[in-house]
Write a protein that binds this ligand. Sequence first.
Ligand code: RIB
Length: 312
Amino acid sequence: MKKPKILVVGSFVMDQIVNPDIFPRQGQTVFAKTFRKAPGGKGANSAVAFRRLGSDCVFCCKLGNDANGALLRRVYEKEGMDTRFIATDPDRPTGLAAIMVEATGANRIVVYPGSNATLNEDDIDAALTSYPDALYLQLEISHDAVIYAACAAARKGIPIFMDAGPADPDFPLEKLPKLEVFSPNETECEIFTGISPSTPENCLRASLELLKRVDAKYIVLKLGGRGCFVCDGKYYYCVPSYDTTVVDTTAAGDAFTAGLVLHYLQNGSIVQAAQYGNVVGAITVSRAGASTSIPSEAEVAKFIERNDISFE
Ligand code: RIB
């Protein structure tokens, strides 16, 4: 598939980012060196990644009728996305995220969903009229909207990919139809399975546990600096990461999964797709911000050439 059209049904929030040297402990107050406001949201970050990496991207989400909503809509129009299915909630504000990024690049995030919570079946039905080649979901909108979108796409024979963030232990994984890929990060994996993917053995145990609850062709565990772990229930692969300077890990998972999905749709090999996702993730962590840190297709190609990476 040359240039797939990917429908992202997901969240769109305005990130408020502070950079303290260390995270405060309970009851502690610390100072931040910088404050920034930037476009974010797991859905939006992945949509930006799909677009910058060279696919057609249709983005379905819900904004508030406010200044943040208007600004974010302009940002995504400029990215060249199909924004016809970005709806507006007249009553709720655009979602917000409070993000702390400490000196190591690690982050802690609290999301106020705002208008994302009211994305509904009509919005999703409208977006599905765009005839996508694939549907891409995360869990930052309502459980009902996620299940509805997945089931509607499955009825139409559209392949479904899911990034498992943010993990809610009450999310009814069993209600999802057949997925191509289900991809949690380390924390999300532990929330869903009770197993920390700290060793290859634990990654395998956690993946097999997930496969009991999720009807997915592949589980892809995102392991940060350790790369990722791919499992189809029969075979597994540890796919190492690439060396980089970690500045800010925000949106790296969103960008990784988008890169993986796009490469998989174009080439069909999940292991090569995981390598490509690792490159996208490595560049994203080397820069500050959420969607601001996501690389273009040309930047990824340059990284691959400079580091002499061959896809096996
Ligand atoms: O995955 C990173 C994103 O999570 C941030 O952009 C923030 O908006 C939260 O949704």
